[in-house]
Design a protein around this ligand. Structure first.
Ligand code: URA
Length: 281
């Protein structure tokens, strides 16, 4: 079918873009558009064409660069990559070393569609560390966690208990934006898990706050939903056996959609403030 076929009129482009945005497709992966109709027609034609034996390419032809559209080499996420991530994470002796290791790691397919690695923001010496799920569009562009709409709400929530990015350290379980903000797969999460665990171990906060269900699930090994889990102190155990007090709370993106639940997050943050004050004596 040609896209200009009168039997199939062009869709209203605004509707089409809205459809894509609603589905989470909010940016292009490649600079040039790919005509999938043409590609699939060419594949069908190739399959139906009588088989011919091509003469081997001449030496000159073989030396020419391929004309095909460049496609980034994707890593296949598998258990071997998770094992490699565990080994590399253990090697990091400081947060800066870990940042370099994570930025250079090519074992997670999410890295290939993200613009950059989003490692952390804030003060790594802070008593408080907050961990979200994964960067979104704004974080991917700026290279910093929680700088978009939910980040602005997080800043206001922290300000309400007297904290800002000089007194908190912020990171995500996944350091690369999943395309279209889709949910990371269990294997992608498993590959990234050793990095965030080592990041927490090296930052050694006194209090950890997990933002949203996925972060609580990974860092607190929780199986309950976050609405049941939130507000109760848990512990996060590091690989070396240190136990860190951890408070699961609601994700700011969830609070933007469910403002009536902000009071619950407020209660959780009051608990966090009280704990930090006790620790400071
Ligand atoms: N949501 C997250 O979980 N992390 C971010 O950095 C931004 C939005």
């Amino acid at each position: 079918m040609s896209i200009a076929d009168p039997k199939h009129p062009l869709p209203d482009l605004a509707d089409l873009l809205r459809f894509y945005a609603d589905a989470g497709v909010d940016e292009a992966l490649f600079d040039e558009p790919a005509d999938r109709f043409e590609e699939s027609a060419a594949t069908t034609a190739r399959a139906q064409a009588p088989q011919r034996t091509e003469p081997p390419p001449t030496r000159e032809a073989a030396a020419q660069p391929a004309q095909a559209r460049p496609v980034p080499a994707m890593a296949v996420p598998d258990e071997a990559q998770a094992a490699r991530a565990r080994e590399l994470a253990r090697e990091a002796k400081s947060l800066e070393e870990l940042r370099e290791i994570v930025s250079a790691f090519d074992g997670c397919n999410l890295k290939f569609t993200a613009k950059q690695t989003v490692f952390s923001d804030g003060n790594p010496q802070a008593d408080l560390m907050l961990v979200g799920e994964a960067p979104g569009r704004d974080e991917d562009i700026e290279g910093l966690p929680f700088v978009g709409r939910s980040g602005r709400l997080l800043d206001r929530m922290l300000a309400a208990i007297g904290i800002d990015r000089t007194t908190a350290y912020i990171a995500n379980v996944i350091p690369w934006r999943p395309p279209g903000n889709r949910t990371p797969t269990p294997l992608e999460t498993e590959i990234c898990r050793p990095f965030i665990e080592r990041q927490i171990e090296l930052a050694a906060p006194k209090v950890l706050v997990t933002l949203g269900g996925p972060s609580a699930k990974v860092l607190l090994h929780a199986s309950e939903g976050v609405l049941r889990l939130r507000g109760k102190w848990k512990t996060h155990a590091t690989a070396s056996g240190t136990e860190i007090a951890a408070m699961p709370t609601l994700h700011p993106a969830y609070l933007l959609r469910n403002p009536a639940h902000k009071k619950l997050a407020w209660r959780d943050l009051l608990e966090v403030r009280a704990r930090l004050e006790t620790l400071r004596g």
